[in-house]
Design a binder for this molecule. Structure first.
Ligand SMILES: Nc1nc2c(c(=O)[nH]1)N[C@H]1C(S)=C(S)[C@@H](COP(=O)(O)O)O[C@H]1N2
Ligand SMILES: [Mo]
Length: 253
């Protein structure tokens, strides 16, 4: 914490205003006071770090609210083949040429945390799971969206096969490019959440996430991990690559 004796500098003015705006909204809508907000962090709100902490807590609080109102039966729209976007965009936190090349023969999906069967899975074993496909819209926070066709297994099926504790809070993902993310269990079990191995009826190319991409049409693009190397079930908040930089964790409907 900063010393309170210090004069507040300009950089602290903006976040403080944000807090005041937040406080007004909360006070009006939910009867939460600025004092209560301050208590969340246990610090003086003129302290920049504390402001960040409060905003972080607010965003996590928001996650809980969004998770609570998530309707596990509500489906995302699906589209006809004619609506598919061509070419489908590539996106990652690096350029297309740097997408990781995963070796199919030696690949094994690691499983961990609150699951009964922790033995890693080969691709052949994954490919033998019941296959389904869907045409949905992928929406990226960077301001583009595109319709694509993905094929694979409902993620719920895999979770059942590995004896995942579906009463746990989170499912986390680690990727070949050091990307990572996590989702709430209700979304993991949603009927449209697929672990996909195919794009446009062909083996998922490197740029779209070979050997697999988790496709979640009820969430924003960054919640859809590509090049998944490990999946774990946990009650400890795992965060994510963009989430840890301030993107809202739930980011779904
Ligand atoms: N492993 C990994 N997965 C990732 C990303 C990434 O950088 N690495 N980017 C995310 C973002 S922000 C988007 S919009 C989509 C892009 O998927 P696409 O290349 O199939 O369009 O992948 C998501 N999953
Ligand atoms: Mo994105």
């Amino acid at each position: 914490m900063n010393e309170i004796s210090k004069k507040p500098d300009r950089s602290l003015v903006a976040p403080t205003r944000e807090i005041v705006k937040l406080e007004r909204r909360l006070f009006l809508k939910q009867g939460l006071s600025l004092g209560a907000l301050t208590m969340l962090s246990g610090c003086d709100i003129t302290d920049a770090e504390a402001v960040q902490k409060v905003l972080w807590r607010m965003s996590r609080f928001n996650d809980e609210v969004q998770a609570a109102i998530f309707d596990p039966n509500k489906l995302a729209p699906t589209y006809p083949e004619s609506a598919i976007t061509k070419p489908f965009p590539f996106n990652a936190f690096y350029g297309e040429a740097d997408a990781p090349r995963v070796d199919a023969a030696s690949y094994k999906l690691e499983l961990g945390g609150l699951v009964r069967e922790k033995a890693p899975w080969t691709l052949d074993r994954l490919y033998a799971l019941p296959e389904t496909s869907q045409i949905t819209r992928h929406i990226c926070v960077e301001g583009w969206s595109a319709i694509g066709k993905w094929g694979g297994v409902t993620f719920k099926t895999l979770l059942e096969r590995i004896g995942a504790d579906t009463s746990a809070k989170y499912v986390g993902f680690k990727c070949a490019d050091d990307y990572y993310t996590s989702i709430d269990m209700a979304t993991a079990l949603h009927p449209q959440t697929l672990l996909t191995f195919k794009f446009a009826d062909e083996l998922l190319p490197t740029r779209y996430g070979f050997p697999m991409k988790l496709r979640i049409p009820t969430k924003l693009g960054f919640k859809n991990p590509k090049h998944i190397m490990a999946i774990f079930v946990t009650n400890d908040y795992p965060g994510g690559y963009w989430e840890d930089q301030g993107y809202n964790w739930f980011s779904g409907s």
